[in-house]
Design a protein around this ligand. Structure first.
Ligand code: NAP
Length: 297
C-alpha cells in the first residue's frame, strides 16, 4: 500500500537500482527505517550483502520494481538510467508509483528521463543528492528535490531515511538538477585549485602540510580542503566519489554553460586535469586523484 493512502513505512515498497557507493548506503538506510526494499545491481555479487540487512536481491531491474511504490535510480549517467529503466521497470511499479531519480544526470539528461516517465504514466521527482560515501552511509545526505507539489508529503519519509535535509525546490523537474550542477561546480573548482596549490607548494619547496595547517580553522579553510588535501599529499585515494563520475559532472556543467553562452575556463581546466588523471589510470579512484592529473600536466 502506498504511504500516502494510509500505509506505513513498513508496508511501503522501494526498488533501488544501482547499489554502488551511494545506492548501497541509501538502500541500507531505507531498510533501517523499516521500508521493504528490493535491490538490483548489474554486478549481482555487489548487491548480495544487502540481503543480510533484509533486502530482496532481484535478478533483474523489473523484478526489483515489481509492485514497488517508489523507484530509486542511483546509476552513473542518464544514458545508463534510461537503458536500465526502459519501459519494463516503470510498467512494473505499483499504480501511482513514484520515480525518485537520484543519479546526477544534468539538465538535458533530466529532460530525457522526464519524457520516459511521462510516456509510462509514472510520477517523476528529480532528486539529486549532495554528500558523498560517508554522509550516504550515515543517512546525512542533502536531497535536492523538484517535482509535483502533491508528491512532497508522500516522498518525505523516503528522503528522511537517506538524508538529513530535503530542499523541495519547486514543481518542475530540472530545478533540482540545475542546483546540483551549481553545487558540483563549486566542489570541482575547489578541488582543481587545491590540487594546483599543493603542486605549487611542492614546486616552491614548501611543505604542503604547512599550507593546510595555516588555513585550518580560519575563513580560508574548508573541511573539504583538509580532507581531500591530505589525500593528495599522501598520494592515496580511497574512493568516496569516483573520479570518472566527477569528470562526467564537469562535462554536464560545461554542456549546461555552453547552452547559455557562458564561458567556464576554470571548469575547462578542471576537466583537463581529470582527463589526464583518467589517462594515467586513476579514473576509479577518488576524485582527489585529480592531483595526479595536475602532476602530469
Ligand atoms: P558507483 O559506486 O561507481 O556505482 C555506480 C553504479 O552504477 C553501480 O551499481 C554500477 O554497477 C552501476 N552501473 C555502472 N554502469 C552501468 C551500466 N552500464 N549498466 C548498469 N549499471 C551500471 O557510483 P556512485 O558513486 O554510487 O554514483 C552514482 C550516481 O550518484 C552518479 O550519478 C554520481 O555522479 C552520483 N553521486 C555520487 C556521489 C558520490 O560521492 N559517490 C555523490 C553524489 C552523487 P556495477 O556494480 O555492476 O559496476
Amino acid at each position: 500500500m502506498p504511504a500516502e493512502s494510509g500505509g506505513s513505512v513498513m508496508s511501503t515498497r522501494i526498488a533501488v537500482l544501482g547499489t554502488g557507493i551511494m545506492g548501497a548506503a541509501m538502500a541500507k538506510n531505507l531498510l533501517k527505517a523499516g521500508f521493504e526494499v528490493g535491490v538490483w545491481n548489474r554486478t549481482r555479487r555487489k548487491a548480495e550483502p544487502l540481503a543480510e540487512d533484509g533486502a530482496m536481491v532481484a535478478a533483474n531491474p523489473e523484478e526489483a520494481a515489481e509492485g514497488a511504490d517508489f523507484l530509486i535510480t542511483m546509476l552513473p549517467t542518464a544514458e545508463v538510467v534510461g537503458d536500465v529503466v526502459g519501459d519494463g521497470v516503470l510498467g512494473a511499479l505499483a499504480r501511482d508509483g513514484v520515480w525518485l531519480q537520484t543519479s546526477t544526470v544534468g539538465i538535458s539528461g533530466c529532460g530525457e528521463l522526464v519524457k520516459l516517465a511521462e510516456r509510462a504514466g509514472v510520477h517523476y521527482v528529480d532528486a539529486p543528492v549532495l554528500g558523498t560515501k560517508q554522509p550516504a552511509e550515515q543517512g546525512e545526505l542533502v536531497v535536492l528535490a523538484s517535482g509535483p507539489e502533491e508528491l512532497k508529503e508522500r516522498c518525505e519519509p523516503v528522503f528522511d531515511a537517506v538524508g538529513r535535509r530535503t530542499l523541495w525546490l519547486g514543481p518542475e523537474p530540472g530545478e533540482a538538477s540545475r542546483l546540483k550542477l551549481v553545487a558540483n561546480n563549486w566542489i570541482d573548482g575547489l578541488l582543481g585549485a587545491l590540487a594546483e596549490t599543493i603542486a605549487l607548494a611542492r614546486a616552491l619547496g614548501v611543505d604542503p602540510e604547512r599550507f593546510l595547517n595555516i588555513i585550518e580553522g580560519g575563513q580560508m579553510d574548508s573541511p573539504y580542503a583538509q580532507m581531500k588535501g591530505r589525500m593528495m599529499i599522501k598520494g592515496e585515494y580511497p574512493v568516496s566519489f569516483p573520479l570518472e563520475l566527477a569528470r562526467k559532472d564537469v562535462g554536464l556543467i560545461l554542456e549546461a554553460a555552453a547552452g547559455r553562452a557562458l564561458g567556464m575556463p576554470v571548469s575547462e581546466a578542471v576537466a583537463s586535469h581529470f582527463d589526464r588523471a583518467i589517462e594515467s589510470g586513476h579514473g576509479q579512484e577518488d576524485m582527489a586523484a585529480i592531483y595526479e592529473g595536475v602532476q602530469s600536466s
